[in-house]
Design a protein around this ligand. Structure first.
Ligand code: MG
Length: 380
C-alpha cells in the first residue's frame, strides 16, 4: 500500500492578520506548516500546495524534508486539484490535510487507516458539538433552535482511496468550490466514515488561535535535563566574579575569561539540555577574543540557543563549592543577575553553596568549583 500526503498550505490568511500567512507563523519554535510535514513524513511521498509567491517561505519551512512543492489555485478545491495531479497513479491512498492544523498525531492516522481497511472509501477525524446551535437573522436575533443531533465538527487529515477520489475530482465541474474533500467525495457517491478526532487538530484561523493550539500541543513538550561543572584555581587578586557579581576576596581566580565558574557551569548545563556541546566548543580558550571576556556572553549565548530551538528554560540550579569566600551574603545578587541574563523569574534560579569540610583541593583552598543543572522543556 502506498500512502501519499497532500498538505494544503494555500491560505492567504485574510482572517489571520498576523505577520504573514498563518501556515508560516512560528508555533513551538517552528513554522506551523513544518509540524504537519514532520507528522506525515512516514508517507511514501508528501506534496505541499502553496501560493506561487510563497515558495521561498515554504522551502524554508520544509528544509531537510522530502517534499514536492507546487502552486495552488484560487480556491481550496483548485489547490487540491493541483496537488492531486502530482500524485503517482499507482498510489493506494491519499491523505489530504490543511497546514493550519499542526497537531497531527499518529493515533488519528491509525484510526483513518483502520476505517479504510474496513471498507470505507474515505475517512476523517471529527469531534462532537458541545455548544447549542441557533439560527439567527442578520441582526443576531434568534429565529430558530437548531437540532445538533447527528452533527459533527470535521477536521483533517481526510484519507481516501486514491482512485476513487481522483475519479470524484474528475467528475466535479471545473470551477466548483467545496468546503473540503468529503464534500467532493460524497458528491460522487463515495462512502465516508468519521473517526474520533483530536482537539490538538484544531484549526488556526485567528492570531489568538496560535497560543491556544500551542497550549494544547504543549502537553507533548519533553523535559530535558542538562548538567555542568567547572573549577578555577585561586591566584593573585582582590576579588572573584561569581554569577556576574564581584565578591571581594584575598585572592582572584585564574582563567582565560573572567573565570566565573558559576556561570560557566550553568552555560554547560544549558548546552547539555539541548545536546549542543560544551562551552569550550562555542568559545574556544585558544581564541584570543575570549581573553578576559565577561561570562555573561557565554550564558546569554546558551540561553539564546535554547530559545532558537523553540525550547523554554524551566529552572536552573547552581551549587558553589568552596571554603571561602562566603557566598551567603551575595546569594541574592547572584540569583538576581542570573535570572536577568536568562530572562527567568528569580524563583526559577537556585543558588547554593557548600564547603568540602577542608577535604581535597577545594578544602586546601587551591580554588573553587561549581556544579549546575538546568531543566529545559523541548518540543519533540
Ligand atoms: Mg571555566
Amino acid at each position: 500500500m502506498t500512502e501519499v500526503a497532500l498538505i494544503v498550505a494555500g491560505g492567504r490568511g485574510q482572517r489571520f492578520a498576523g505577520d504573514g500567512p498563518k501556515q508560516f507563523a512560528p508555533l513551538g519554535g517552528r513554522p506551523v506548516l513544518r509540524w504537519s510535514v514532520q507528522a506525515l513524513q512516514r508517507c511514501a511521498h508528501t506534496i505541499v500546495v502553496v501560493p506561487a509567491d510563497q515558495f521561498e517561505s515554504a522551502h524554508a519551512a520544509c528544509a531537510g524534508a522530502a517534499v514536492t512543492l507546487t502552486a495552488g489555485g484560487a480556491t481550496r478545491t483548485a489547490s487540491v486539484r493541483a496537488g492531486l495531479a502530482l500524485v503517482p497513479p499507482d498510489t493506494t491512498t491519499v491523505l489530504i490535510h490543511d497546514a493550519a492544523r499542526p497537531g497531527v498525531r499518529q493515533d488519528v492516522l491509525a484510526r483513518l487507516r483502520a476505517a479504510l481497511a474496513e471498507g470505507a472509501d474515505g475517512a476523517a477525524p471529527a469531534l462532537p458539538l458541545a455548544d447549542a446551535l441557533k439560527r439567527t437573522d442578520a441582526a443576531n436575533w434568534v429565529s430558530d433552535n437548531a437540532d445538533r443531533t447527528g452533527l459533527m465538527r470535521v477536521q483533517t487529515p481526510q484519507m481516501f482511496r486514491f482512485p476513487a477520489l481522483a475519479a470524484a475530482y474528475a467528475a466535479l465541474p471545473e470551477h466548483s468550490s467545496l468546503d473540503d474533500d468529503i464534500a467532493v467525495a460524497t458528491a460522487a457517491g463515495l462512502r465516508v466514515q468519521l473517526v474520533a478526532g483530536d482537539p490538538r487538530l484544531s484549526k488556526i484561523t485567528y492570531p489568538e488561535d496560535l497560543a491556544m493550539v500551542e497550549r494544547l500541543m504543549g502537553q507533548q513538550r519533553l523535559p530535558c535535563v542538562g548538567s555542568g561543572a567547572d573549577a578555577h584555581r585561586f591566584g593573585p587578586g582582590d576579588h572573584v566574579t561569581l554569577c556576574g557579581v564581584r565578591i571581594p576576596h584575598s585572592h582572584g581566580l585564574i582563567g582565560h575569561s573572567d573565570a566565573d565558574a558559576g556561570w560557566h557551569a550553568l552555560t554547560d548545563a544549558l548546552l547539555g539540555a539541548i545536546a549542543a556541546g560544551d562551552i569550550g566548543q562555542h568559545f574556544p580558550p585558544s581564541d584570543p577574543q575570549w581573553r578576559g571576556a565577561a561570562s555573561e556572553r557565554f550564558l546569554a549565548h546558551a540561553a539564546s540557543l535554547v530559545r532558537q530551538r523553540g525550547a523554554e528554560i524551566a529552572n536552573v540550579d547552581l551549587t558553589i563549592l568552596c571554603e571561602s569566600p562566603k557566598i551567603g551574603p551575595h546569594r541574592a545578587a547572584m540569583q538576581a543577575r542570573t535570572a536577568e541574563v536568562l530572562g527567568l523569574s528569580p524563583d526559577r534560579v537556585g543558588i547554593k553553596a557548600t564547603t568540602t569540610e577542608r577535604m581535597g583541593f577545594l578544602g586546601r583552598q587551591e580554588g573553587l568549583a561549581a556544579l549546575a543543572s538546568a531543566l529545559v522543556l523541548r518540543w519533540p
